[in-house]
Design a binder for this molecule. Structure first.
Ligand SMILES: Nc1ncnc2c1ncn2[C@@H]1O[C@H](COP(=O)(O)OP(=O)(O)OP(=O)(O)O)[C@@H](O)[C@H]1O
Length: 406
């Protein structure tokens, strides 16, 4: 039977790329965070919809060796029951994250996604916390959280609404490996709105990248919206009184090398502006098909390449993309750590690109085809395997430290 995760127990940021992070999570050093008032309210609300939790344990960290032995990930075909007796069959694997597996399942008449991680990993509580806050705020670019808990202290799970293929896969499947200006700019507007909503509830993503966004399902009429998911590296930037926290200075690397901001390369604390800088690199990659540092794996060299597009490579880089993108990066570079990015100005520059290129408002996404997204999903792994995707993106979610105070 399921046990609700303790929301006040915060997660570790491991010391390794997430690809191998499970072996490296430090289970001993954990910190506690009290939910702020609106989060507590959101949790209360959710409690009315999800099964009443069994007496709470103190989160997903291993307490003793006997518990540790059971620590595992579920497999396709397995099922579990929540406290209400609802049965969730893990019908098909949708994706392999660095921290666990995501499965397709059915809940009532609804097809859903179930994200799982080993009990000891402890990254899901942060994701659940973010999604509960967003639910309260009624964010329009986030999965609905339907249920969550722990199964026999073996694995943690959360049941969320199902999405289509992520933007990285969708682009990789385009014959040109790039999106049209219409799709790129539409994605730009949708994803910036998602980032703005996340910031509005007091969180940073610190891992904005194409594989963390996906369109909704056509069957639910959600295919015109791009959703943001994976909050494994999310962090609160507002304190309990709603005041912005000060930069902690050098804290180590956070994020994904290809899309990381210049501040991240300096290992400095990240703010809202850094999420927006990642968004910029993501958009350019979608439109141009690649970034100049696509083949680089060395983090320092990638950082140098990002500096070069602002200096000696500036003309070559910006010549092949609409001129507004140069304005956008200049604006982002001008934002300080504390400042609220001017999302409206950024959106109006993207809209200017659409206007100048006579792009009508009602246009289809590049990937929209006649068949339903559900049948597309079943083909996902044959088109590009998870391993291939991860290899292509280079090092992901890499962090320098064993743990950090979230
Ligand atoms: N709601 C969803 N609907 C459909 N597929 C999903 C959903 N959530 C996740 N996935 C799939 O599972 C994959 C892994 O999910 P996610 O990124 O949340 O896991 P992670 O362990 O945090 O991975 P990462 O290595 O990116 O940090 C995604 O790339 C996506 O293909």
């Amino acid at each position: 039977m399921a046990t609700a995760l303790d929301q006040t127990d915060m997660v570790q940021i491991p010391n390794t790329p997430t690809l191998v992070a499970e072996e490296n999570v430090n289970h001993k050093q954990r910190i506690k965070m009290q939910p702020v008032a609106h989060e507590a309210f959101a949790m209360e609300q959710l409690a009315q919809q999800v099964p009443a939790p069994e007496p709470r344990h103190r989160g997903p960290a291993i307490k003793d060796k006997s518990e540790g032995r059971k620590d595992r990930l579920p497999v396709t075909g397995e099922y579990f029951e929540n406290d209400k007796g609802d049965r969730f069959i893990l019908r098909q694997k949708l994706g392999d994250g660095a921290m666990g597996h995501v499965f397709l399942s059915v809940f009532g008449s609804r097809t859903v996604a179930i994200k799982t991680e080993k009990y000891s990993t402890g990254m899901l509580p942060m994701e659940i916390k973010v999604l509960l806050s967003i639910k309260k705020y009624k964010g329009s670019h986030f999965c609905e959280i339907i249920d969550y808990g722990t199964i026999r202290r073996e694995y943690n799970y959360m049941v969320i609404s199902l999405l289509g293929k992520d933007l990285y896969r969708l682009r990789a499947e385009q014959p040109s490996r790039s999106f049209s200006l219409n799709t790129t700019t539409k994605i730009g507007l949708e994803t910036l709105e998602a980032i703005e909503e996340l910031h509005a509830i007091g969180y940073l993503s610190r891992d904005v990248k194409p594989s963390n966004f996906a369109p909704g399902m056509r069957e639910c009429g959600e295919h015109k919206t791009i959703y943001m998911f994976d909050f494994g590296l999310a962090k609160k930037y507002l304190d309990r009184e709603g005041k912005k926290m000060k930069s902690r200075g050098e804290v180590g690397w956070r994020g994904t090398v290809r899309y990381g901001s210049l501040q991240a390369h300096k290992r400095l604390d990240l703010g809202r502006r850094d999420d927006v800088e990642c968004w910029f690199y993501m958009l350019i990659e979608m439109y141009a098909g690649e970034l100049p540092w696509r083949h680089m794996t060395d983090r320092a060299l990638v950082g140098q390449a990002k500096l070069a597009i602002r200096n000696e490579q500036r003309q070559i880089f910006f010549n092949r993309i609409p001129r507004q993108f140069e304005k956008i990066i200049d604006l982002i570079d001008g934002y300080s750590f504390e400042i609220r990015p001017d999302y409206r100005q950024l959106k109006s520059l993207i809209n200017e690109i659409r206007f100048e290129n006579n792009i009508p408002d009602r246009c289809k996404w590049d990937w929209q085809i006649e068949e339903s997204q559900h049948s597309e999903l079943t083909e996902t792994t044959s088109v590009m395997s998870d391993v291939a995707i991860l290899a292509e993106q280079g090092v992901t979610n890499y962090t320098d430290r064993v743990c950090e105070n979230q």
